[in-house]
Design a protein around this ligand. Structure first.
Ligand code: C5P
Length: 234
């Protein structure tokens, strides 16, 4: 039976937040944002180990207390220039250090998605458990889509039919994911599924019904805080 590992790339700086502190460490409900993502995997009985990939120059991790998660947590300071580099470096290093087999599942999850629920995580795992490729949480696009010019004038309206917004976790087998990331090295992909697609595969889209957005802009933080607060109400 394959094991399940969570891999959290957390080596970015989140420049769109306009803050000095990397966004994964901004305070959300009294904890650094990444704490909430780690907790979701820590609470899941499916997940054997959580691997956090930090920048070699990470300024913040050591300032916080991660003791609660220590029995399942591996921290690697091998992040790269892009998200794909961080995932690749982390997976390469962890494969040996954490004894990850070729067929084990890797769930790559953005450190800046603090709202992942057990329901969504279980739904992803249960949908893909026997899948030959793997897949990702995603939501069908709801808004009308406009293609804009550099000066923000509408060039044309795009059809939103069959369009989905990709989220994370994105779940693939270790060997396939490493091979895919090696092949797309130095390209500008922004998620793991893109690398798998470049090999000619078709990852499964698993509709996520819970809020699971990526905190990107300052206003996202307040909304995430409100959602967490409401979920934790007795
Ligand atoms: O910048 P963006 O929001 O797309 O980043 C998504 C995730 O990838 C974040 O968790 C971020 O820390 C991570 N990342 C990384 N290494 C980079 C760039 C981003 O681990 N070089």
């Amino acid at each position: 039976m394959p094991n399940y590992f969570a891999l959290l790339p957390a080596a970015g700086y989140g420049s769109r937040m306009g803050q000095h502190t990397p966004k994964q460490y901004l305070t959300l409900a009294g904890k650094p944002m990444i704490y909430h993502a780690i907790r979701a995997f820590f609470q899941s009985t499916h997940i054997k180990r959580i691997i956090v990939v930090l920048s070699p120059q990470d300024p913040e991790w050591a300032k916080h207390d991660w003791q609660t998660f220590s029995e399942k947590l591996t921290v690697l300071y091998c992040g790269g220039e892009t998200r794909a580099d961080s995932v690749f470096n982390g997976l390469n290093t962890a494969a040996e250090q954490c004894a990850i087999d070729a067929d084990d599942w890797i769930l790559v999850h953005d450190a800046a998605r603090p709202l992942l629920t057990q329901q969504a995580l279980n739904q992803l795992i249960e949908t893909l458990i026997d899948d030959s490729v793997g897949g990702l949480l995603a939501v069908p696009v709801a808004d009308t889509l406009k293609r804009g010019s550099p000066d923000a004038r509408v060039i044309q309206t795009e059809s939103r039919e069959q369009l989905w917004q990709a989220q994370t976790p994105q779940m693939f087998r270790r060997a396939m994911l490493l091979k895919a990331l090696r092949m797309v090295e130095k390209s500008n992909i922004t998620d793991d599924a893109s690398a798998i697609e470049a090999m000619g595969h078709h990852p499964k889209l698993v509709h996520c019904i819970d809020d699971n957005f990526k905190v990107t802009y300052p206003q996202d933080l307040a909304l995430a805080e409100l959602i967490l607060h409401n979920r934790n109400k007795p």
